[in-house]
Design a protein around this ligand. Structure first.
Ligand code: TXA
Ligand code: MG
Length: 351
């Protein structure tokens, strides 16, 4: 299959009506299209078609028990795909939709089990990105989309990442450059009495509590799942794993610097390639090796935005050992550390 790569300026989507309509037609006819959202790129197909969902799993190389998120482009669309809209979900929708929040509901019969990985619940998201919204509309209003990476790689934050992973496996790619946030949406399960945070994201735990009062947290979110299944099936897989061995080093800055420097010297002596993922302020303090600056230590949004790109870059460089600084887990830091811990297979050293 030849993947049609269509570049779109997100600030002038009227210029791209033709391309967006064409992408919509592809989905209506059962095809797959990569598209930007404000979080990461998605791999979209018709959410109400069992066949399309099967194709998504195949293209991504994803186990079919890992459910997909259904993307909508207007609030009115929600009623058709869910059994009921709990009042607390309406409160969150009012505050955070369109935006980087996914909510889980009891599904209606309109949603095939192929889309929900066999579950009676459905994850729904109303993204806030002009190209995503126009594309979902053109595609008929319900687009199932996981992140547009092949299973096990970091989520794509630029069109080139999608192309790298899925060229020849999808019909088209709407490429509008770099996404804003860079980490996947926050997921909250609304089906229980107390809403439960399943995956942290740009909409933080603190922000959810401010609207809802009480929010619980999936215990597997920040810790290694031992014998406990995460509520979001996708959180179970060793996601976002770089090819090299990634270790997070946590502690006082000076201790972190000297620990990492000792590792650099030792690995280099063994003839191994070494990299460091660190904040701008610390970069000059490390021994010579493959340094990648993840952003200003006091700017979590910048760190979130750069994380996956930096991890992918270590893959392209073939770096064998990667050492990363650790980050605070408040606010967006919770999402950053959740992804980083997964990428490291929970390998974290306290110094
Ligand atoms: O930001 C995002 O959410 C991106 C963009 C493209 O919208 N999408 C995304 O999809 O990250 P994906 O498939 O990579 O991650 C979806 C996560 C998985 O961990 C999946 O298991 C979980 O959502 N999920 C989906 N439906 C669920 C359900 N009914 N119950 C529990 N977890 C669910
Ligand atoms: Mg994903």
């Amino acid at each position: 299959m030849e993947t049609l790569w269509m570049k779109i300026n997100p600030d002038e989507i009227y210029e791209a009506q033709q391309e967006i309509l064409q992408a919509g037609e592809i989905v209506k006819n059962g095809g797959l299209v990569g598209f930007p959202t404000e979080t990461v790129y998605g791999l979209g197909g018709d959410a109400l078609s069992a066949e399309s969902s099967k194709k998504i799993y195949a293209a991504k190389g994803r186990p079919s028990d890992n459910p997909l998120i259904v993307h909508i482009c207007q609030m009115d669309a929600l009623g058709r795909i869910v059994k009921e809209i709990p009042p607390k979900a309406s409160m969150l929708a009012k505050k955070f939709w369109p935006g980087p929040l996914t909510m889980i509901f009891q599904k209606s019969e309109a949603v095939p089990y192929e889309t929900t990985g066999g579950l009676d619940t459905v994850a729904v998201r109303f993204p806030n990105h002009p190209v995503a919204l126009a594309f979902i509309k053109a595609a008929g209003g319900y687009v199932a989309a996981p992140s547009a990476n092949t299973s096990g790689r970091p989520s794509p934050t630029i069109g080139e990442h999608v192309y790298e992973d899925l060229n020849g496996r999808i019909d088209a790619l709407l490429d509008s450059g770099s996404v804003g946030i860079g980490l996947e949406s926050t997921i909250v399960d609304m089906t229980g009495e107390v809403p439960m945070l399943l995956r942290p994201g740009y909409v933080t735990y603190e922000m959810l509590v401010e609207v809802l009062g009480e929010v619980s947290m999936d215990t597997t979110m920040m810790h290694k799942a031992e014998g406990v299944r995460p509520k979001a099936p996708g959180m179970m897989y060793r996601h976002y794993a770089p090819k090299g061995e990634l270790t997070i080093v946590s502690g006082e800055s000076e201790n972190v610097i000297s620990y990492i420097n000792r590792q650099i010297v030792q690995k280099k002596a063994e003839g191994r390639s070494v990299g460091v993922m660190g904040t701008s302020q610390m970069m000059s303090r490390y021994e010579a090796c493959n340094h990648k600056d993840i952003g200003d230590k006091d700017n979590e949004e910048e760190i979130a935005h750069n994380l996956y790109d930096v991890l992918r870059a270590f893959d392209s460089d073939g770096t064998e050992y990667i050492y990363s600084e650790s980050f605070d887990t408040s606010g967006i830091g919770q999402a950053i550390m959740n992804r980083l811990l997964k990428a490291a297979g929970h390998r974290m050293i306290e110094v």
